[in-house]
Structure formats: structure tokens, C-alpha cells
Design a protein around this ligand. Structure first.
Ligand code: CIZ
Ligand code: SF4
Length: 319
């Protein structure tokens, strides 16, 4: 629509005026991902978003995604201004792992190495020895296990179980989940596979074990896009946020992508393969953030320094 075009033109202008770059997650709206691409920003998973933002020489980072992604950007780049279209965009994993309760859990198990998923608050990261994203989690846990370390893992129990199965590590698990991935149903995927037996199944390991067990490839968003390219199948059933279809379809223009079935009809499904918090990012509030400098992320300096340590460990792990 003409209105969107005007917004896009305005945002492009504002990005230049403010020496800003747009960093967008795969799960945001197509229009935002496209804008990030067209303006020299990046569309990526949370690990690559963090790396890109830290390296870029812009003085303002506009992070389209959810709160922890903006916080991670600020922790890594305190000298940059970090803006988000909305500070209301959170994550069920972050909500489900409040700092106080988490600290008490850690205190009760002092012998364990604390590894937290990137989808957590700065305060939870500050309590951790390691931060990992799903694209690097298996490697880091393998490394720690080889050193004989016992793990305390938080917050995603499904991702944790997946890693535990893959590595055999001793992992004590926090009880958290992603409301989007938790809705995928093995039964629905079986039904689709019956219709399209030649289709390959791609699953993000934030999904329940029953769904992961049906996967031809399980992995992070960036790993799933690579798998879409390398697999010979020309039909793919994809169990992750449907926002990924923008980049995945670009990567495999000739292939047919199916959304993996969720709980069923919209009435019973809380999220239906699209994260409600990612969906809060829109052209309007993105333009607003740049126009007014709203949605800025601030992090207390002593907290930032504590959260930085485990993040840097991750970033230098296989860099
Ligand atoms: O589900 C998420 O929020 C993911 C996949 C984040 C990430 O690591 O890119
Ligand atoms: Fe959090 Fe799930 Fe949304 Fe990702 S998709 S931000 S894990 S609620």
C-alpha cells in the first residue's frame, strides 16, 4: 500500500540522518526484513544480530525483534544508541525466568556451570557463566561436558532436553518454554507427511521432543535455512515461526514450504506459528523510534559488565 511505501521512504531517510542501521530478526514482518536488507542492515538469528550490531560502525542500532535482542546489542555496544520499535516486545522464556527465582536456583546448585539461552534478561545473563544461542548451544555444552562440568541450564526445557540427548551432558533444567514452538504437534506433521511423503521436516529444537523426533533436520533458524538449501527435497515442512519463510523462500525459490501444524484452529492456539511479541514490530513504531528516539535501551553499567562476560565467552567461542 501507498502508506507503507511512504513509511519505508521515511525510515530510509531517518536511518541516514541518524547514522543508524537496522538489525532485524527472521521472525519479524516481511516488510521489516526487506527494509533491513535494502538499507545495508541485516536479517539474522540472535547470534548474528549481536555480531553484526557490535561490528557495525553506525552510531545508532535499531533492533527489530524482542527485548533481549536489544539488551544484548546494548551490552555489547554501550557506546551506541540502541533503539527498538517497542520495548513491550518480550519473550515467554524471558518472562518465565525471573532473576530472583533464577538466582536462588543457581545458589542451590553452586557446583554447576550456569549456561543460559540468549532469550533471557540482562540480569539473568549476569548470573550465568555462559550465554548461548540455539546455533551454538550444542557445541558449547559438548565442550563443557568434555571438561567434566555439570550444567545448570535455563530457561528452555525443550531446547535443553534436545541438547542433553545430543551430548549426554549432565544438565539440570529450568522449566521454561517458548509459546510459539510449544504449539507444534507431531500428529499434525504426521498427517502432512501422509499427504506429502517426499517432504522433509525442519524443526527448531524449542519444539517439544515429539516434534523434534520427526525432524530430518533440527537446528537454529540459520541452520534450518541452510538445510532448506542443502536437502534434495523440493517440499519442506517447517516447524518454527512463519516469519522465517521470507528468507527461506528467497534461499529456495523453487521449493514449496509448508507451515507445520499447531494446536489446531485459531481459537485454541495461543500463537499459531507466529510470535506475538515479534509481531509488535511494525513500520509505524519503527519510524517512531527513529523520529523521537523512543524505545531506547538503557542498562546499568555494573549489570552490563557482569552480563558482558558470559556473552563474550560465547562470541569468542568459535570465532
Ligand atoms: O525463537 C527465538 O526467539 C529464536 C530462534 C531466537 C534466535 O536465536 O534467533
Ligand atoms: Fe520468545 Fe518464542 Fe517469541 Fe522466540 S518465538 S521471542 S522464543 S516467545
Amino acid at each position: 500500500p501507498a502508506e507503507d511505501q511512504a513509511r519505508v521512504a521515511e525510515i530510509k531517510q531517518l536511518l541516514k540522518v541518524h547514522n543508524a542501521v537496522l538489525v532485524a530478526h527472521y521472525y519479524t514482518d516481511d516488510a521489516i526484513q526487506q527494509l533491513a536488507e535494502e538499507t545495508g542492515g541485516c536479517v539474522a538469528d540472535s547470534l548474528e544480530m549481536a555480531r553484526f550490531g557490535a561490528r557495525h560502525d553506525a552510531t545508532t542500532l535499531v533492533v527489530a525483534g524482542v527485548r533481549f535482542m536489544g539488551e544484548t546489542a546494548k551490552i555489547l555496544s554501550p557506546e551506541k544508541r540502541v533503539l527498538m520499535p517497542t520495548l513491550e516486545a518480550t519473550c515467554s522464556l524471558d518472562i518465565g525466568c525471573p532473576e530472583k527465582a533464577f538466582s536462588a536456583f543457581c545458589d542451590a546448585h553452586p557446583e554447576r556451570t550456569v549456561v543460559v539461552y540468549a532469550n533471557t534478561s540482562a540480569a539473568v545473563k549476569a548470573r550465568a557463566d555462559w550465554v548461548v544461542t540455539s546455533s551454538i548451544a550444542v557445541e558449547v555444552i559438548e565442550y563443557l561436558q568434555a571438561r567434566g562440568e555439570k550444567i545448570l541450564w535455563a530457561p528452555d526445557k525443550h531446547l535443553g532436553s534436545y541438547i542433553q540427548k545430543k551430548t549426554g551432558a549432565d544438565m539440570l533444567m529450568w522449566d521454561g518454554a517458548c509459546i510459539v514452538h510449544e504449539e507444534f504437534k507431531a500428529k499434525g506433521i504426521e498427517d502432512l507427511k501422509r499427504l506429502y511423503p517426499e517432504a522433509a521436516v525442519l524443526v527448531h529444537p524449542e519444539s517439544p521432543a515429539s516434534v523434534v523426533s520427526m525432524a530430518d533436520v533440527a537446528g537454529s533458524t540459520s541452520q534450518l535455512i541452510k538445510a532448506a538449501q542443502s536437502l534434495p527435497n523440493d517440499k519442506l515442512i517447517v516447524a518454527t515461526d512463519r516469519g522465517i519463510f521470507f528468507k527461506m523462500q528467497q534461499a529456495v525459490p523453487g521449493k514449496i514450504l509448508f507451515e507445520a501444524p499447531t494446536a489446531g484452529n485459531g481459537a485454541t492456539c495461543r500463537s499459531c506459528a507466529h510470535c506475538p511479541w515479534m509481531a509488535m514490530n511494525a513500520l509505524d513504531n519503527l519510524a517512531g523510534a527513529l523520529r523521537h528516539g523512543s524505545g531506547e535501551i538503557y542498562i546499568d553499567e555494573s549489570l552490563r559488565l557482569r552480563a558482558l562476560k558470559p556473552l563474550e565467552r560465547m562470541l569468542s567461542f568459535n570465532a
